[in-house]
Design a binder for this molecule. Structure first.
Ligand SMILES: Cc1cc2nc3c(=O)[nH]c(=O)nc-3n(C[C@H](O)[C@H](O)[C@H](O)COP(=O)(O)OP(=O)(O)OC[C@H]3O[C@@H](n4cnc5c(N)ncnc54)[C@H](O)[C@@H]3O)c2cc1C
Length: 264
């Protein structure tokens, strides 16, 4: 690991100023990805700007037909929040399925989505629920936020401050976890609302995507059998030591059916 300067700003403005003053700075949230990446020499920032001292960007709050979760909220807080468990239980269950106890205690919502790991769980929830990512400068619809593998719409000096999750009639998440890390080999989040059904897939492709053929089938008949015969193409899906594109395509169909069944 190379030397770096550590900063602990007290406000979002101070953190942005730290970043703007640096030639090569990085924000630090839970450090669950950032620190191993630095230890392995894959990142060597000159300045590490720790977001832990900033008030007002952690916690869970009830909004109008939505739940607002601060960027620095840990996965374990999301999993155990009474408000989320009662109003958006699929999101609490998703958070509980992340990694292990230590990872859930340190890892944050903001860090997870800013990293945009193709196998991360939260992106599927944000896109299926039609969430809005709030930053220090603007509001970004989830579908515009996740751009490519490990790439988001964020500018270098932009900080995610919270995410607003609209409440829906029904929602559920089903994932096939990597048995070692519990990252999603494939995860499918299904959300049903008066406007229709949204199905978002993580783990399968370079970044989260919506399964529009499944959405159309479920709009007409919200049952897992409506997905019989909806083909999932293996084109452009990820291939690694864990699974081939064809296996992932198969898992998308299986996880989507499980998620619909779990909606009840
Ligand atoms: C062993 C292990 C198992 C895991 N299993 C899973 C799993 O099953 N499912 C899953 O989804 N994830 C999993 N993760 C990922 C983990 O849960 C964290 O979400 C992830 O590591 C990043 O969150 P963090 O808060 O630690 O961010 P950090 O590592 O601190 O930061 C990650 C990146 O985001 C940037 N960043 C952080 N916060 C902000 C912000 N507010 N605004 C702008 N940029 C920001 C940082 O600069 C950095 O580039 C696992 C991680 C480990 C180590």
């Amino acid at each position: 690991m190379q030397n770096f300067d550590y900063h602990k700003p007290n406000s979002v403005d101070e953190a942005v100023a730290n970043m703007q003053a640096s030639d090569d700075g990085k924000f630090l949230a839970g450090g669950m990805t950032m620190l191993p990446t630095m230890k392995q020499g894959l990142a060597a920032p000159e300045d590490l700007i720790d977001l832990h001292g900033i008030d007002g960007i952690a916690g869970v709050a009830e909004g109008a037909d939505a739940i607002e979760i601060g960027a620095m909220t840990s996965h374990s807080v999301v999993a155990s929040s009474a408000l989320i468990q009662s109003d958006l239980p699929a999101l609490a269950a998703l958070a509980e399925s992340i990694g292990d106890r230590q990872v859930r205690a340190r890892g944050t919502l903001g860090g997870s989505i800013s990293n945009n790991d193709p196998a991360a769980d939260y992106p599927a929830a944000l896109v299926a629920l039609g969430a809005t990512v709030k930053t220090n400068t603007r509001e970004i619809p989830a579908e515009d936020f996740f751009v490519e593998m490990f790439e988001t719409a964020l500018a270098e000096d932009e900080i995610v401050t919270s995410v607003s999750f609209p409440l829906v009639e029904k929602a559920a998440y089903a994932k096939f976890p990597n048995p070692a890390s519990r990252y999603a080999m494939v995860g499918v989040f299904v959300a049903k609302n008066a406007d229709g059904v949204r199905v978002a897939v993580t783990g399968a492709g370079p970044s989260v995507f919506r399964a529009s053929a499944m959405e159309s089938a479920l709009d007409g008949d919200f049952s897992s059998s409506a997905l019989d015969g909806v083909a999932v193409s293996a084109d452009d899906l990820n291939s690694d030591i864990h699974a081939s594109p064809e296996y992932r395509a198969h898992l998308v169909g299986v996880m989507a059916k499980r998620a619909v069944d779990a909606c009840g």
